[in-house]
Design a protein around this ligand. Structure first.
Ligand code: FAD
Length: 398
C-alpha cells in the first residue's frame, strides 16, 4: 500500500472536518498540528459567558480525538512556524516534517488596529479561549464588586463592546441577559449595568439579512443594551472610550470585536494573499501556484462569484470538506471539484434561551431559534466527544 503523507495545520472547525474525511482512507498518514491541545468551539462562547456552560463544554481534547480516528492519524501539539511549499516541508518549534499534501487551516485572531490609540493596551479580544475565560471571570468579579457595594453607593458598571458583527452582538446580548437574571434572582438593589455596543457602520450586523438585523435590534433594546452605531472608536484609555462623534464614554471593561486578521504563520507564508493578508486560493481551494497545497477557513478569503462569503464555522467546514475531497480525487486520478460554497444559514444567540436566524431560507426566532442553535451545536460536539471517548479508551485502556 502506497502511503500518502498529509499534514493539516490547525485543529479548528476546518482542520477537524478535513481530518474526518481524509482519515477514512487508511493509506493516508495524517498529522494534525495545533499550538493548543484542544479544539475550541467558538460558536458556543455565548453560553460560556452567560454561565450556562463551563469550558469543558466548548473544548475537545485533540490527543484523544485524534486517537479516536485510528492509527493513521497523529496529533502533535506544536506551533507551526513556517512552511516551504517548494520543498514540501513544515517547520515547527520542535522539528521539520515532510508532506505529500497539506491543508492550512490556522483560523484568525482579533485585529487590534494600531490607528486606534490605546486599543491594544486596554481592550480585550474573545477569539482565544484564555481571553474568553479571563473576560468571563472579570465580568463576574465586577458584578460581585457591585453587590458588595450595596447599601453604600452604586456606581454603574460600564462595559463597552466595539464591533457589532455576529460575535459582538451575541456577547452584548448574553451579558445583558445574564446580569438581568442575576439581579432579578437575588433581588439586589444596586443593579446599574451599562452595556454599550459601538459600531462604525450605520446598522449593526453589517451584511446580515435585514429581517434578522431588525429582530436583533429589537431584542437588544429589550435587554437595554445601548447601541451607538455610525460611530468609530478613536482612542481608548484605562477608563474611557473616545468616539469619532466626540463622545467620551466611561469604561470599566472593553471587548473589541471590530476586526479579525490571520494568525502569525500566515503573515510569513510566501504565497498569494489579499490586501488583508488572507490566503488566496483558486476555485479548487488550492493555494495559488501549488497543486498539493490547500487552505480553508478564516485564514483565507472566499468569494461566491463576485460576492464575498463571510467567514464562519459553517463555511470553514464546507471548505475543508472540499479540500479533502480534492486530495482524495487527485489520489484516485479523478477530476477536481470546483467550489460553490455559500453560507447555509445563520443563528444569532440573543440572550439566555433566545436566538434569531435563517436556516435554508426559513426564519426562526425566540426559544425555538435557541433550541435549534443548541441542537446544531450538540450534534457537532456529540460527534467529537464520542470519537474522543473512543480515543481515550485507546490511550488509557477501558
Ligand atoms: C464569539 C464568536 C461567536 C461565533 N459564532 C459563530 C456562529 O454562531 N456560527 C458560525 O458559523 N461561526 C461563528 N463564529 C466564527 C467561527 O468560530 C469561525 O469562523 C471558525 O472558528 C473558523 O474556523 P477555522 O477552522 O478556520 O479556525 P479556528 O476554529 O480558529 O481554528 C484554527 C486553529 O488553528 C490553530 N493554529 C493557529 N495558528 C497555528 C500555528 N501556527 N500552528 C499550529 N496551530 C495553529 C489554532 O490554535 C486553532 O485551533 C464565531 C466566532 C466567535 C469569536
Amino acid at each position: 500500500m502506497k502511503i500518502t503523507k498529509i499534514i493539516i495545520i490547525g485543529g479548528g472547525y476546518a482542520g477537524i472536518r478535513a481530518l474526518e474525511h481524509l482519515s477514512k482512507d487508511k493509506s493516508n498518514e495524517i498529522t494534525l498540528f495545533d499550538s493548543h491541545s484542544y479544539h475550541y468551539m467558538q460558536t458556543g462562547v455565548y453560553d460560556f459567558i452567560a454561565n450556562e456552560n463551563d469550558f469543558s463544554k466548548i473544548t475537545v481534547d485533540l490527543f484523544t480525538l485524534c486517537a479516536g480516528f485510528g492509527p493513521n492519524v497523529a496529533f502533535r501539539k506544536e506551533k507551526v512556524l513556517d512552511v516551504d511549499f517548494d520543498s514540501q516541508k513544515v517547520f515547527t518549534e520542535i522539528q521539520d516534517y515532510e508532506y505529500d499534501y497539506i491543508i492550512v487551516a490556522v483560523g484568525s485572531r482579533t485585529k487590534f488596529f494600531d490607528s486606534i490609540i490605546g486599543l491594544k493596551k486596554y481592550a480585550h479580544g474573545i477569539k482565544a479561549l484564555h481571553k474568553a475565560l479571563y473576560f468571563k471571570q472579570k465580568f463576574e468579579l465586577s458584578l460581585f464588586t457591585k453587590i458588595e457595594e450595596e447599601g453604600n453607593y452604586c456606581n454603574p458598571l460600564n462595559i463597552i463592546i466595539a464591533g457589532a458583527g455576529l460575535s459582538g452582538v451575541e456577547i452584548a446580548a448574553q451579558m445583558a441577559s445574564f446580569s438581568r437574571d442575576f439581579y432579578k434572582q437575588n433581588n439586589f438593589l444596586c443593579r446599574k449595568l451599562n452595556i454599550v455596543l459601538i459600531d462604525a457602520y450605520e446598522r449593526i450586523l453589517p451584511g446580515v439579512d435585514e429581517v434578522l438585523v431588525d429582530a436583533s435590534m429589537k431584542r437588544l433594546q429589550e435587554l437595554e443594551v445601548i447601541i451607538k452605531d455610525g460611530r468609530k472608536v478613536i482612542e481608548v484609555t484605562e477608563d474611557s472610550v473616545h468616539l469619532s462623534s466626540g463622545e467620551i464614554l466611561p469604561m470599566d471593561f472593553m471587548i473589541f470585536t471590530g476586526g479579525i486578521e490571520p494568525k502569525d504563520l500566515v503573515y510569513g507564508l510566501k504565497v498569494p494573499k489579499d490586501a488583508r493578508e488572507h490566503i488566496v486560493t483558486n476555485e479548487y481551494l488550492q493555494i495559488e501556484g501549488y497543486e498539493n497545497a490547500y487552505a480553508a477557513g478564516d485564514c483565507t478569503i472566499l468569494y461566491d462569484g463576485e460576492k464575498f462569503v463571510a467567514p464562519t464555522a459553517d463555511v470553514a467546514e464546507q471548505m475543508a470538506e472540499l479540500c479533502a475531497k480534492n486530495i482524495a480525487n487527485t489520489l484516485k486520478n479523478k477530476p477536481l471539484l470546483k467550489h460553490s460554497i455559500k453560507s447555509r444559514g445563520m443563528l444569532i444567540a440573543l440572550g439566555r434561551r433566545y436566538a434569531v436566524g435563517k436556516i435554508f431560507g426559513m426564519y426562526v426566532g425566540g426559544y425555538f431559534g435557541y433550541i435549534l442553535k443548541k441542537i446544531i451545536e450538540k450534534v457537532y460536539s456529540k460527534r467529537l466527544f464520542m470519537r474522543s471517548g473512543r480515543g481515550s479508551k485507546k490511550i488509557f485502556g477501558d
